[in-house]
Ligand binder design. Structure first.
Ligand code: FAD
Ligand code: SF4
Length: 349
């Protein structure tokens, strides 16, 4: 029996799991495939997070420093797990840096992959320089300047297109990515703060600013920041002779075609299953659900178990998820992993 906890992925989920297990005295090995810790909010340079309003680099940076300064946590950067042998209480894992780790339980916080807008070519990404993604605008906000990439001008009109790579059966993405309505309404306000004369339009099928976010984001962005909401089905994004972008579609409230010229078009990209998931499923011997996210075991009495005993899964590896919930998953997985290992040790004694 070994009571070390192996945590894979150092995003909000994995960082929370590692800190949680270490806080109750367990040794933790944290394996992250990138050189930098922090997951999507750091790797993609998010600006201010919803709902805290705190800069991602500060909020997630604190989580990174907590783990880095904990002597119980050994960190392997730019590393993957390539082989897992054994069973609950006694796993032997081979790492891509040729080290071997022995652990009693494994926590998967391997997260998601941003939808690649190239897979939605009719909406102009990859064809027109001034069609960008929410992550690119997050980086502009973090740098304090909103500009059209083609010539650096401040846009007079910005269109944010929701559900890009989500709720789209035609391209095999049936899920709602949960956070992008809230993130987009927040971005609309941030754009206005930086550039008060810019008009921001949000094109939507439905607005899902879930839970407590309805007034803080949807209504505030509409009433205080004058964001214009257009319920529409977008057909395509093309270019007008004067060089501006044309967002073409149908206004589904009045059932009329609409064509509105824009300077900058933003794709609110969704959360795809981690592109590594087929490899993760093979290496760790865990299942995938039908969309390609990692599958869960029994939900109600064995929350966060994967389909293999002693391996736990949570955060955006399971489904599109926000940061607060991912952090809770991480902590809960740490408690389950440590608790079930203690039970296994007792039984073996
Ligand atoms: C544009 C956008 C903006 C967002 N803004 C917000 C916001 O303001 N507030 C909010 O609450 N949520 C926001 N989210 C959601 C947020 O990104 C997720 O909730 C969060 O990143 C999930 O954390 P995670 O640790 O589960 O996954 P991730 O952040 O994806 O972290 C997973 C980590 O695992 C690593 N990894 C992956 N595969 C492997 C492997 N095979 N081996 C080793 N390591 C691996 C990755 O490199 C990464 O470091 C946003 C999402 C998008 C798309
Ligand atoms: S959260 Fe909003 S933008 Fe994102 S997929 Fe769901 S409905 Fe679409």
């Amino acid at each position: 029996m070994n009571d070390t906890i192996l945590v894979v992925g150092a995003g909000p989920t994995g960082l929370s799991a590692a800190a949680g297990a270490a806080s109750i005295g367990r040794n933790v090995v944290l394996v992250e495939k990138e050189n930098v810790l922090g997951g999507a909010p750091i790797l993609s340079g998010y600006a201010k997070l919803v709902p805290s309003g705190e800069w991602a680099k500060d909020a997630i940076g604190r989580m990174v420093r907590r783990v880095e300064s904990d002597s119980r946590v050994t960190i392997h950067r730019a590393t993957k797990v390539t082989r897992v042998e054994g069973d609950h209480g006694d796993f032997t894992c081979t790492l891509s840096n040729n080290q071997t780790v022995k652990a009693g339980a494994i926590i998967l916080g391997t997260g998601f992959t941003h939808f690649d807008s190239i897979n939605k070519p009719e909406w102009g990404f990859g064809t027109f320089e001034d069609v960008v993604t929410t992550t690119q605008v997050e980086q502009m906000v973090a740098a304090g300047k909103i500009a059209c990439p083609s010539d650096g001008r401040v846009p007079q009109r910005v269109a944010i297109l929701l559900c890009v790579g989500s709720r789209d059966r035609q391209i095999g993405r049936e899920w709602c990515s949960k956070i992008c309505c809230t993130v987009s309404t927040n971005l609309a306000m941030e754009i206005k703060e930086i550039s008060p004369r810019t008009d921001v339009f949000i094109y939507y099928m439905d607005i899902r600013t879930f839970g407590l976010y309805e007034d803080k984001y949807y209504w505030k962005s509409q009433e205080e920041f004058k964001t214009k909401f257009v319920k529409a089905r977008i057909a395509e994004v093309t270019k007008a002779p004067d060089g501006r972008l044309l967002v073409k579609g149908e206004d589904t409230l009045v059932k009329r075609p609409i064509v509105i010229p824009m300077d900058l078009v933003v794709h609110a990209i969704g959360m795809d299953p981690n592109a590594d998931n087929p490899e993760i499923a093979k290496v760790f011997g865990v299942g995938l659900e039908k969309h390609g996210f990692l599958d869960r075991g029994e939900q109600y009495t064995s929350t966060f178990s994967s389909t293999r005993r002693g391996i736990y899964v949570g955060g955006a590896a399971l489904a599109p998820e926000d940061i607060d919930t991912s952090i809770s998953h991480g902590l809960a997985m740490a408690m389950r992993a440590v608790g079930e290992l203690a039970g296994a040790v007792e039984k073996a004694a």
